[in-house]
Design a protein around this ligand. Structure first.
Ligand SMILES: [Mg+2]
Length: 414
């Protein structure tokens, strides 16, 4: 999950404040919805899956509290951050009673606010990488340079890590996904060029901005030739670095967006993995909110490799399309189906318990049987079921449970 997947609702009666906050949050990449009154706030909250609400209680404290209470009971997972005037002690006490974790007393600095928002989102998404904050790695042998850059970039709302040499940087990059690396050229042992060269082998490698001495024109050229997206000449202006990081991130987002712009798998026209992640998250939230059930079905095409090897990839594609057609024929209107990997599919069944999921699987098997690929070539697939909440209460556990059952049934077949 990244910043673009995080929905924040900003509720503030004062247009200027709301605008400033929304602007700042958007610049870090969050998706932001705005509301100036209760009614709009409630509608926005209903319409979108809101992960975090920033609620300014500056002018109408009681209404703001009522609104917070409404959000809290409708969607307990949503993080609520409430801003109150410094003299509003009863409001603060009441907010604590309702169970609002984050109460900030105005005036609040932008940095404080961004840090608190980041912290609240960490609570909302405890597992895995921190969503919502682009991650920057600063690699420089000079501590002062690292300190200054880190300080300014954290202030800008980024998550910042530091490495003091190339070896440390490479090992960090292999372990954690960074969006941008700010890389000093002149470093002892391994210089920036060597780091950049080795970086090219990392999948989804980060955008690299070089730090070069102002006089070294050939260094800049060489860095760009090696694949850096930009450079900053030392001594640098901090604001320029922040601006260039922003440009690098936007460019990276645009490139990734071009790949993921469509939520559709071009071969089967089912949703792709990205669409699946969204749909499952939404379904889980809905199930939690309304105390309902939902089922996930993991489906794996049997013997795709054999068909690819024996009859070619075009036959393999037809095989996958036959499976997707059978899935589509089995789904109800409210269900959603996805191709999540080469020969893997997933179906999210709304309002379904285990019995309904089992019925889905047997109807799917019948639909497959009606669609032989050619005379004598049958189409087959294995299924695994996971039901919310008994098999798991979050994406990871549900997917794991469905996969476990899928592989168990596959082993039985083979
Ligand atoms: Mg240096």
């Amino acid at each position: 999950m990244d910043a673009r997947d995080v929905n924040i609702l900003v509720v503030d009666r004062e247009e200027d404040l709301r605008y400033a906050l929304a602007f700042r949050l958007r610049s870090v990449g969050y998706r932001v919805y705005e509301a100036s009154d209760d009614k709009t706030a409630r509608t926005q909250f209903e319409r979108h899956l809101i992960h975090l609400v920033v609620l300014d209680a500056f002018t109408a404290e009681q209404e703001a509290l009522a609104l917070a209470e409404h959000f809290r009971s409708a969607q307990p997972e949503t993080q609520i951050l409430i801003l109150v005037p410094f003299d509003a002690v009863p409001t603060r006490e009441r907010a604590a009673e309702i169970g609002i974790a984050e109460v900030m007393v105005k005036p609040v600095s932008a940095r404080q606010l961004m840090t608190t928002i980041a912290g609240a989102l960490r609570k909302r998404f405890p597992e895995g990488a921190f969503p919502g904050q682009p991650a920057i790695l600063i690699v420089d042998d000079e501590e002062d340079v690292r300190f200054m850059l880190a300080f300014r970039l954290r202030y800008a709302g980024y998550s910042v890590a530091e490495a003091k040499d190339g070896a440390q940087a490479l090992s960090m990059i292999h372990q954690t996904k960074y969006d941008v690396v700010i890389l000093d050229v002149m470093m002892p042992r391994m210089d920036g060029f060597e780091v950049l060269r080795r970086l090219q082998t990392v999948d989804e490698h980060p955008a690299v901005i070089f730090l070069t001495a102002v006089t070294q024109l050939e260094d800049r050229v060489r860095g760009l030739e090696l694949g850096a997206v930009d450079y900053v000449a030392k001594p640098f202006d901090l604001e320029e670095v922040v601006a260039r990081v922003g440009v690098a991130l936007r460019e990276k987002t645009r490139l990734e967006g071009a790949n993921a712009a469509s939520l559709e798998d071009p071969l089967t026209l089912l949703g792709n993995r990205r669409a699946f992640t969204h749909a499952l998250e939404k379904e889980i939230s809905r199930a939690i909110r309304f105390e309902r059930r939902a089922a996930l079905i993991a489906i794996d095409a049997d013997g795709l490799k054999r068909i690819n090897d024996a009859a070619g990839h075009e036959a393999g594609d037809r095989y996958l399309r036959a499976i997707s057609a059978a899935i589509r024929a089995t789904c109800r209107r409210v269900d959603s189906a996805f191709r999540v990997g080469g020969d893997e599919f997933a179906v999210v069944l709304t309002e379904s318990d285990r019995a309904a999921a089992e019925r889905f699987c047997s109807r799917f098997a019948e639909a497959l049987a009606e669609r032989p690929l050619a005379e004598g070539i049958s189409v087959s697939a294995s299924c695994g079921i996971a039901v919310f909440p008994e098999d798991g209460r979050c994406q990871a556990t549900l997917i794991e449970a469905a996969d476990r059952m899928l592989y168990a049934s596959k082993r039985k077949r083979v």
